[in-house]
Ligand binder design. Sequence first.
Ligand code: RFL
Length: 387
Amino acid sequence: MVVLGAGPAGLVLGNILVDRGIDCVVLERAERTHVQTRARAGFLAAGTVRILARHGLDEGLRRHGRTHGTCEFRTEDGRFRLDYSGLGQGDPHTVYPQQDLVTDLLARYLERGGRIRFGTEAVAVRAADSDRPEVDVREADGRSGLWRARYVAGCDGRHGAARRSLPAGTVRHHRDHGVTWLGLLAEAPPSLDAVGYATHEHGFAGHMARTSDITRYYLQCERGTPADAWSEEYIWDELELRMRAREYGPLRRGRVVHRSVVDLESDVLEPLRHGALFLVGDAAGLISPSAAKGANLAVLEASILAHALIDDLTAGDSEGVDTYSARCLPHIWRAQEFSHWMIGLLHGPSGADGESLFHNSLRRARLTSLRTSRSQQDWFAEHYVGV
Ligand code: RFL
């Protein structure tokens, strides 16, 4: 089995396979330190934690992760909180930085005897109509190589080789939401004991705890804004303005240690299997970070594929691999639907024309429903934490 990419998808898949004695190699373009320090997700759904626990992959997050169950909305109509872990299915999130999860998964994979090649970039996959697929690679020193396996799992993200190697006619459903966020990591303790979502005429602002001294913030910005366009002072002033710090209390400021610009985009590829090649995680579909679903979907899909491959490779039962795409796509589309709903909840057009005013009134009505309707809150909680 060849797995492309050592992100959450590739390492969960590799761990489950190796644990069941299936020979597996992970090919990863980056070096180990890069993979283990790449800060991205932080909010893990209850179902994700259950999958990790079931496969003995939860030691670090049990020890260092923190459960989290409240979000706070700050809007032009006031502030309200939802204790979502007491609503819907009654599940909380677990906050555990993605780079720590990846570090744990990698350590466990190596302990289980898994093989991994860092600095090895897949450049092409020939698997769509072959039962002996091949992967062309380029090593860090420029040498070329070739790997053969029974199956290839494309867990190499949105710009990976798996996507580039798909046969003509593969359907890609794509949506650019027309919204851009400046994602920030600040060396500052969280300012709220809740996820904070603020809507403001200047645009959206978000606050998400990562650890006791690191906080993620988001600021909506114009499309095309460079990550370093705004000074730290301007960033904090803008965060305080949009989060209405004057009314609800100041933010705990600190050094901004990481910035990235994220255009909110979604896509879903169909199908997720092409002969001996499977798409998993971001390679299968990209989801805007508005509802924190990407890493959770990656873990879910990896576990579905792992069990399908185990049935196929150890018992000759191919039903799981044949239905992999059909099993994953409903989960992906439900997550996309909720993420899309969140984008509509948190962003509106900035103009003062009739169309913009109409849209913003709908958005405020949606927030009012969420504030006042118990059934709406249950629906929100179930989808916010679930995948
Ligand atoms: P990854 O993590 O991108 O890993 C892919 C790996 O493949 C390697 N690679 C290759 N290797 C070999 N050959 C090639 N040709 C290769 N091309 C690439 C890469 O180096 C990398 O190591 O994909 P995976 O495993 O599918 O996992 C997906 C998640 O990383 C992603 O969906 C989340 O980070 C999204 N996301 C969030 N998801 C959540 O569930 N909760 C969150 O709170 C959350 N916050 C976020 C996020 C994504 C963000 N950004 C950066 C878009 C916050 C942000 C800012």
